[in-house]
Design a protein around this ligand. Structure first.
Ligand code: G2I
Length: 448
């Protein structure tokens, strides 16, 4: 059975709260007209699009406006972890997590719970317990945290990162593993099911995105759980990528093999280091992989803006430090079937212009430059066509990642897609004349 999670727009949610009937027709019309944000475009595909949220940034206007505009699911980045919720045994504090949950709910967003049983961000008192005590502390922690948010969490990461990296597929050492043995995961899921029967219960991990020894170890566990009736509903694939750990080509196949076990799959912490077109392509591939798998119910990126990312020097997110939408944003929106977007709070239309100049000329060749200028709204990416006269040949290009169709070059940004309102960038090329001195014809600039 495919779980369809069609998010209501905020307006629709308000209408529903007001008691108005929401017809299917009105619903799809909302989705169709509003697909210029990540959340609305994902909703039109029956998915959610979420982000990690840090309570400490909820006082920053640009952070909040970007969060509220683009996303329809929120995962507290650190606030629900054991060190935040139960720093000393039996004393629970939910104030920071409540801030995120309250904000999300006020915006009609879903909340993903992250995370209950994890070796990291674990207060030292947990590691000091003996086996019997640890078992009761683990179950009590699950009961209390899930109990506090009962009925309010869409999916819970019940157990996080329980497997080792590398080829062995073995369990990672942790107080839980070392003292309770393999059975602790099953026990945690059983306790979690009883604590909040409405929540989807997920196992979440990293470097499990492609088919490899680690993902196969998780697969084997999930298969075993399903065959024995251990409650598990979903598997989270964190999706932390960079040049050492690129988006695997078998991501879709891996998601599908888990889905075929009868669980939902979710991309839970997506971020991809890089910039420009390469980063955008990688993001698009992840979105396409999720959309190709019926049971891939949603994607969460691990933060709103590069400046607050856990690895901010790698600029891995969809919005830069000034909350301008990056090429990766537009690639994601477009892969979700949306368009425009990127934050046009004033409601203006994002536009750009392209103007050509010959910057150098010699008997057998010339250099050309095209200046791209954003209109009255910021843009996150652009494209311009340049048609060269035959038999001219382009020998080099710079500041662009071109694609070719015959003698027509479509120039897109390499690193220079994001432009503030009115700002310019340029790209250039060296052309061999081959007897023709004709100027190239520059087509219009489009915001893509
Ligand atoms: O490491 C990336 C993620 C891998 N999967 C599980 C996620 O929960 C994890 O998130 C990161 C947060 O993004 C970081 O924000 O988890 C880190 C800790 O393992 C978080 O870093 C911590 C710092 O280590 C602390 O020093 C800091 O006090 O963030 C805390 C709050 O800013």
């Amino acid at each position: 059975m495919r779980m369809t999670l069609l998010r209501l727009s905020r307006a629709a949610t308000a209408a529903l709260v007001a008691g108005a009937a929401l017809t299917a027709a009105a619903h799809s019309a909302e989705a169709a007209e509003a697909a210029d944000t990540l959340g609305s475009a994902a909703a039109a595909q029956g998915r959610y699009f979420g982000t990690a949220v840090a309570a400490s940034h909820l006082g920053e206007a640009d952070y909040v406006s970007t969060l509220n505009r683009e996303f329809n699911s929120a995962t507290p980045e650190n606030e629900m972890k054991w060190d935040a919720t139960e720093p000393t045994r039996g004393t629970f504090t939910f104030s920071a997590a409540d801030q995120v949950v309250d904000h999300a709910q006020a915006q009609g967003m879903d909340v993903r719970g992250h995370t209950l049983v994890w070796h990291s961000q674990l207060p030292s008192w947990v590691g000091g317990l003996g086996a019997a005590d640890l078992r009761s502390a683990m179950n009590n922690h699950i009961n209390r945290v899930m109990g506090h948010y009962k009925g309010q969490i869409h999916s819970w990461d019940v157990v996080n990162e329980a497997f080792q990296d590398g080829g062995s597929g073995a369990r990672r050492s942790s107080p839980f593993q070392d003292k309770l043995g393999d059975g602790y995961i099953e026990e945690a899921f059983r306790t979690a099911r009883a604590a909040d029967p409405a929540a989807k219960l997920c196992y979440n991990d990293y470097n499990t995105d492609g088919v490899n020894a680690k993902s196969t170890a998780v697969y084997t566990m999930v298969k075993d759980f399903k065959s024995r009736g251990v409650p598990i509903d979903c598997v989270g694939f964190q999706g932390h990528f960079n040049s050492n750990s690129p988006v695997p080509s078998d991501l879709r196949a891996n998601l599908q093999r888990f889905a075929d076990l009868g669980v939902d799959v979710q991309i839970t912490e997506l971020d991809i280091e890089g910039s420009g077109a390469a980063q955008a392509d990688s993001y698009a591939r992840v979105v396409e992989a999720c959309l190709a798998v019926d049971r891939c119910t949603g994607i969460t990126v691990w933060g709103v803006t590069d400046k607050y990312s856990w690895r901010s020097s790698g600029t891995p997110l969809l919005f830069d430090g000034n909350y301008a939408a990056k090429p990766a944003y537009h690639a994601v929106l477009s892969a979700l079937g949306g368009s425009g977007g990127g934050g046009n709070p004033g409601g203006g239309t994002a536009t750009c212009t392209a103007t050509y100049t010959r910057t150098a000329d010699w008997s057998s060749g010339y250099n050309g430059q095209v200046t791209i200028t954003a209109g009255s709204e910021p843009i996150g990416s652009w494209a311009a066509t340049v048609t060269f006269a035959s038999p001219q040949r382009v020998q080099a290009t710079w500041n662009t990642t071109p694609t070719w169709s015959g003698n027509v070059m479509t120039a897109r940004p390499s690193w220079n897609g994001t432009l503030a309102a009115g700002a310019s960038t340029s790209f250039g090329f060296t052309v061999a004349k081959n007897g023709s001195d004709a100027a190239p014809v520059v087509g219009g600039c489009t915001v893509s």
